[in-house]
Design a protein around this ligand. Sequence first.
Ligand code: ADP
Ligand code: ADP
Ligand code: MG
Length: 445
Amino acid sequence: MFSKILIANRGEIAIRVIRACKEMGISTVAVFSEADREALHTNLADESYCIGGSQSKDSYLNMSAVISAAVASKAEAVHPGYGFLSENAEFAKLCRENNIVFIGPDYSVITKMGDKDMARRTMKKAGVPVIPGCDLVDGVEHAKKEAARIGFPLLIKARSGGGGRGIRLVNEAGELEKAYNAATAEAKAAFGDGAVYMEKYLFPVKHIEMQLLGDNFGNVVCLGERDCSTQRKNQKLIEESPAAIITDDVRKKMIEATVKAGKAVGYQGAGTIEYLYDKTGNFYFMEMNTRLQVEHPVTEMVTGIDLVKWQIRTAAGLKLDFVQEDIEFSGHAIECRINAEDPYQGFRPSGGKIQMLHIPGGPQVRFDTAVYQNYTIPPFYDSMIGKLIVHAKTRDEAIRKMKAALCELIIEGVVHNAPFQLEILSAEEFVNSTYTTNSLRTVDS
Ligand code: ADP
Ligand code: ADP
Ligand code: MG
């Protein structure tokens, strides 16, 4: 096992990883930007190194600065968290070249799956159903030709996309040129890569994703699904496991497809395959995230399996000590993302100092966060300030527990979305589990 790990991230996920390391007896190294001097991760780790300016590109995205900190601190491995460098194949390769273990799959797997167009083709070859669409399109004329074949509405999607960016909906042929130009421009600005492909726009659908875990010995298990259909602007707001509307038969098929896909690419570590599910039992591969997911705690709650510890163990060369049949799913878990934004003012980001903080507790209530009382939220990063997760025997009980916890949560000084989350939990579509990725469309400004 490693004796020291560097965490190349910030916020709640850095705290999550530091906690796992502490429980495993592993020393921790934090890296931080100038804006994060007073951040919790900076102070909770055993050692910490300033790696640059407040903008992500000057610090958390600065590969050589992160590698230098790892070398200087003699860290044997780097945990990339999510976002930032977590799906950057070049960074994973750079780690290896410096004799540092990247906690995640091999860089060749990241390359294959991070290119969403190549991932589609890889999955198709592995026998996993993919969303009808086309490969990369080269210019507006080519897009028009492919669009005529695919049909409308369709989505233009960035090959290097992530976090809901670089996606454009095209309702009819007349909108294509403008959407194509907008998508390629946004993709170029956000990811430095303007390449796009197209998919049929499926609706109404659920976003159902499957968690997988693999080791270096070819073993791959699937830890069930998460329903992440509660989304605003293609970004998740609430996630739950299990997905109430999936039958045991469909679940079994999805687990089989996911394990097959994981084995086909030689997957090691934690990863997620995202599918669209059309409620008649059909599911289609959408993308693979070759990292720990924001919403991983709901899976941890229903399986009792610590995903971060298993990421670390498998990266250290340990074998999974359980097989698919050993995994037991128990009860129901829900996660609400608490964002510093004003849902009643067009989701305008909010910031500033947290004057008063009260975190709900009680049995099976978990709040993953990096904020504390008197902490000032820097304006440079994500608007997510915490994740409230509950676990109960039944879905009804979990919803009630979540509502109680949301009511108890106090974060004064910044505007946040807990009141909006409460509204969603009471909506009929949520209560009866029929909500789709379009359910929140009406609130979009
Ligand atoms: P999840 O599927 O785990 O919910 P998201 O797509 O919401 O993941 O992204 C997780 C985090 O990573 C978010 O904070 C998002 O802003 C960030 N992120 C996603 N893709 C990228 C990217 N390509 N570059 C930088 N940050 C990203
Ligand atoms: P990202 O890499 O930004 O997470 P995804 O490919 O996962 O992008 O898509 C983000 C979200 O957009 C999905 O969760 C889903 O709600 C919606 N979406 C993506 N592709 C389609 C599609 N072909 N039809 C309908 N909705 C889609
Ligand atoms: Mg996605």
